[in-house]
Ligand binder design. Structure first.
Ligand code: 3PY
Length: 259
């Protein structure tokens, strides 16, 4: 994952992945065979429970691709479940303040001389396999290897984005344009045509780059993903399983219903 982000920083191509809203080992395995740098398991809005998340983390990591998990909130117990499953990165929605970002970092880090405030418990049974490591190796490297991404997706978050970006341990800021537009009082799906959202997007991108962090943006098509990469974002998805299914099957049904 980090390699792909460094490649993007060097402007040699984006760090690209897909987004899973459905559960299923075979779905994750199939999607992870398509050449992505990462596949994100969406436990915020997807139909993916704890057990399904564990299975998908295993499916994706055993394909040589980085599993990223988006959780539903920022509570330490949610973070612990995902990291112990073996996520290579965690995405936390709705991070709005520096204090919240600091608390997320504390929950993700094992206590160590570099992270004295870390509070992650030491019982990761399954995570080492997702990194091809033994338990000891995992404990010694997880603080450096597991990446932390927070979503900037509200007006308050944008107002605090420079402070959030300054937090040590936060690796990436990721814009959720739908929630951002929604928090500003607009219809979420209109985000691309709302000047206030676009201004906020520029501010988040600049704050991330100035702080030396990776910056990502949600996209529902390869065209939007390419556009965001050319704007300076490092990390982009190009759709989601449900988008692919409804677009392809919807088109097929429209064609056949006209016979
Ligand atoms: C958003 O667009 O708000 C997201 O969080 C993407 O899922």
């Amino acid at each position: 994952l980090r390699e792909s982000l460094e490649r993007a920083k060097a402007q040699k191509g984006p760090s690209v992945g897909q987004w899973l809203e459905f559960p299923g080992y075979t779905l994750a395995k199939t999607v992870a065979s398509l050449g992505e740098d990462w596949v994100l398991i969406d436990c915020e809005h997807g139909n993916i429970d704890d057990n399904a998340m564990y299975l998908q983390v295993g499916a994706i990591s055993s394909s040589g691709v980085s599993p990223i998990v988006r959780i539903a909130g920022s509570e330490p117990w949610m973070i612990k479940r995902v990291l112990d499953a073996g996520a290579h990165a965690i995405m936390v929605p709705m991070c709005e303040t520096k204090e919240q970002a600091e608390s997320i970092v504390r929950a993700c880090k094992y206590p160590s001389s570099k992270w004295p405030a870390g509070v992650r418990g030491a019982g990761a049974m399954f995570a080492p396999a997702a990194f091809n490591q033994n338990g000891r190796e995992y404990l010694l490297t997880a603080n450096e290897n597991v990446m932390i991404c927070v979503q900037i997706e509200s007006r308050t978050a944008v107002e605090n984005v420079e402070a959030i970006a300054s937090v040590q341990g936060i690796d990436m800021l990721f814009i959720g344009p739908n929630d951002l537009a929604s928090s500003m009082g607009y219809i979420a799906f209109d985000h691309a045509s709302i000047p206030e959202v676009q201004e906020a997007t520029k501010r988040v991108l600049k704050a991330g780059l100035d702080a030396g962090k990776y910056v990502g943006h949600f996209a529902l098509s390869p065209e939007i993903a390419a556009q965001k990469y050319h704007q300076g974002f490092h990390f982009v998805n190009c759709g989601a399983d449900i988008v692919a299914i409804t677009a392809w099957m919807g088109t097929a049904m429209t064609t056949l219903s006209q016979l």
